[in-house]
Structures are given as structure tokens and as C-alpha cells.
Design a protein around this ligand. Structure first.
Ligand SMILES: [Fe+2]
Ligand SMILES: [Fe+2]
Length: 190
């Protein structure tokens, strides 16, 4: 029997095959589960669906319009915002179809609606989603992919990431994971 989260993941997948979001979400999902072990007071019924569905809205953005709407220098703020608004709507539809509890759907949609552009976190659940969303960038796969698509030399990109840790992460566990993951990435790429 599939768990509810596996079902949600299966329903998200057709929308994740763009911008390498399939790679991103798989890695961020693993980080979410690791963070939940550190913060048992968070609600996995909110956090896990939110991370699985947070970027489905990119599927509504043509691939040639995606560049510049994410990364170290966002120039297309409207496109970045669009993927949040669309993603929140699509997540709501998917979860409604699965008869997910309405109050939980609302919280998940609120988290998705500001996952990139809202710089403050609404709750511990939101902090975990925001942190897991960024942690994958520190993996070898994340560094390889992002340094290539942002046109930044790998070593410069690794140093850039290292300098963002305090600014990006809300939870201490995520800061530790970012440092630890980046150390592994550095050793693998040197
Ligand atoms: Fe996003
Ligand atoms: Fe994301």
C-alpha cells in the first residue's frame, strides 16, 4: 500500500519534469525528513506535502522564460512570483482531489505561496520547508547543476554558498546540515 505522501509525490511528478525540479525535490524531500527528526513538534502532514508540491508551478512557466526567475540574481520577479501563485493553486487542487483535510490544505498553500519571495517564516513548519528547499543546493548534484546553469565557476559557487548559510537558514539543524553537506561536496569535487 502506498502512503499518502507517496501518492502526493506521484501526483506531483508530472509537473516536476522541468528546471530539474525532479532532482531538486527528491533531494529536498530527503532533507525535509532529516529536519523533521530534529523538530518533532513540526507537523509532517504539512511539511512533507508542502515540499513535494512547492515547485509544481514551474511547469506553467515555459522553459525559455525560466532563466532569470531564480538563482543568485533574480531579474524576473514577476515570473518568480507566478510560479508561487500557480503552485499554491495546483497544490490545493491535488490535495483536494485526495480529500486531504481542508485546514491542512490552507496551511500548505500559504507556505507554497511565499516559499521564495516571502523572506520571513510563518511558523516552524514554514521554516523547515524554506530550509529544505535550499539545502539541496549544497549537495554535489546541486552545486554541479547550479554552477553550470548560473554560469559561475564551481569553486566560486561553493564559496558563495558557504557565505549564505547564516542568511538563508532559519533552523540550526539546517545550518549544520548545510556545512556538513558542503564539506562533502567540496571533497568530492576537489
Ligand atoms: Fe520555488
Ligand atoms: Fe524549490
Amino acid at each position: 500500500m502506498r502512503t499518502m505522501y507517496e501518492t502526493i509525490y506521484e501526483m506531483a511528478k508530472p509537473y516536476l519534469n522541468t528546471r530539474y525540479n525532479d532532482v531538486h525535490v527528491e533531494l529536498s524531500y530527503e532533507f525535509t525528513k532529516r529536519l523533521l527528526k530534529h523538530y518533532p513538534e513540526a507537523d509532517e502532514d504539512i511539511v512533507l506535502p508542502a515540499i513535494l508540491l512547492h515547485d509544481v508551478g514551474w511547469k506553467m512557466v515555459p522553459e525559455d522564460e525560466q532563466a532569470g526567475a531564480f538563482g543568485p540574481e533574480v531579474k524576473k520577479n514577476d515570473v518568480q512570483r507566478f510560479h508561487e501563485i500557480e503552485g499554491a493553486k495546483m497544490a490545493g487542487q491535488i490535495l483536494n482531489e485526495l480529500n486531504y483535510p481542508g485546514s491542512k490544505i490552507h496551511e500548505i498553500m500559504d507556505i507554497i505561496d511565499g516559499h521564495d519571495t516571502r523572506l520571513e517564516a510563518l511558523s516552524l513548519n514554514d521554516k523547515i520547508v524554506k530550509d529544505a528547499d535550499k539545502l539541496w543546493r549544497f549537495t554535489t548534484a546541486g552545486v554541479n547543476l547550479d554552477s553550470f546553469r548560473f554560469g559561475i565557476e564551481r569553486i566560486s559557487y561553493i564559496n558563495y554558498l558557504e557565505n549564505r548559510i547564516k542568511e538563508w537558514f532559519f533552523t540550526l539543524a539546517a545550518q549544520d546540515m548545510a556545512r556538513e553537506t558542503l564539506a562533502i561536496t567540496r571533497s568530492q569535487l576537489s
